[in-house]
Ligand binder design. Structure first.
Ligand code: GRG
Length: 295
């Protein structure tokens, strides 16, 4: 089977899992259910659930315990996009080729839909407790998911990003923002996959380092695409960083060095995966495609 066929099968599976756990749009609070489901169903690469699943498989995970966490991480990612698009943040009216949540449902529902998704993500992850014999791993994975989402992770990174907007950043400050804002959720995805497959503590620590490189490479590629791609391809406005006066890897070092950094970080991540005792060639191929992704 070609990589593309395998990617399509795995993405369809992730998509089915993400949809299966979504709530029904009924009751007096129908509008909040519609707007939060809209955010999740608007599309996207489903990269974080895929990375979680493939890391789970790397450590020989074969069951269904990973499924509630695959859905949960995509809900958290979706809520971050919903809030990132708000007028008080990036003020973007287009996301994944469709009106962003606030543009479709109003700014108030942009805030509420993000809040609802955040809580629902943890409600969903907790469904993995039905696998009672693995309750300790479920609890550990929930702790990692919460920590990497909160002030020590994504929200912490976004806060510093917002605080420093318009000011010149040093490489260390930019690195800090990228590691937390984008990297932390990718770290959570891969670490939860490893934890739920009952990997050793040593291997989980290595997975965190691998994911940190993947996250950094992913964000630098995002900077490159903001500069070089089009709204039609990306499904979101381009030159958003320039509009928001953001220092990025590209503004600091230029496109060539940014491309080199993506290749170096991704290659390091792949080499580290090859150093582990398990094998997942599909995961390695997935990381290779991220180096040159065009959306
Ligand atoms: C305010 C509670 C609260 C949380 C939100 C807004 C925010 C905190 C965090 C922003 C984090 C953020 C948007 C980081 C950028 C990460 C990034 C490169 C997103 C694009 O991810 P893709 O390419 O998107 O995987 P798709 O659409 O494919 O899913």
């Amino acid at each position: 089977m070609s990589f593309e066929e395998e990617l399509s099968i795995r993405t369809d599976y992730a998509e089915e899992v993400i949809r299966r756990y979504l709530p029904e749009e009924t009751g007096l609070q129908k509008k909040i259910l519609e707007s939060s489901n809209y955010a999740v169903l608007a599309g996207g690469k489903r990269l974080r659930p895929l990375l979680m699943l493939e890391t789970y498989r790397l450590f020989d995970g074969r069951g269904k315990i990973v499924e509630p966490f695959m859905a949960a991480i995509e809900y958290i990612h979706s809520m971050s996009l919903v809030h990132d698009d708000l007028p008080c943040m990036d003020n973007d009216a287009l996301r994944r080729g469709k009106p962003s949540v606030w543009a479709a449902y109003g700014e108030d529902f942009g805030v509420l839909a993000g809040d609802a998704l955040m809580a629902y993500a943890f409600e969903t992850a907790a469904k993995a407790f039905v696998f009672q014999s693995q309750a300790v791993n479920v609890g550990r994975a929930m702790e990692v998911l919460a920590r990497k989402t909160g002030v020590s992770g994504m929200i912490g990174g976004q806060s510093v990003d917002v605080q420093m907007t318009g000011e010149p950043l040093t490489e260390e400050q930019l690195h800090f923002i990228y590691k937390l804002k984008t990297g932390a959720l990718i770290e959570a995805a891969m670490m939860c996959g490893a934890i739920l497959a009952d990997a050793s503590r040593e291997d989980i620590a290595i997975v965190e380092q691998i994911a940190a490189r993947v996250g950094m490479a992913f964000q630098i590629r995002d900077d490159i695409l903001d500069e070089t791609s089009t709204e039609e391809v990306l499904g979101k406005p381009v030159h958003s960083d320039e509009k928001n006066k953001k220092t990025t890897y590209v503004t600091l070092y230029g496109l060539d060095r940014a491309r080199e950094a993506v290749i170096r970080l991704s290659s390091e991540a792949i080499a580290m995966i090859e150093g582990l005792s398990g094998e997942n060639l599909f995961l390695e191929a997935l990381l290779k495609t991220l180096m040159t992704r065009d959306k």
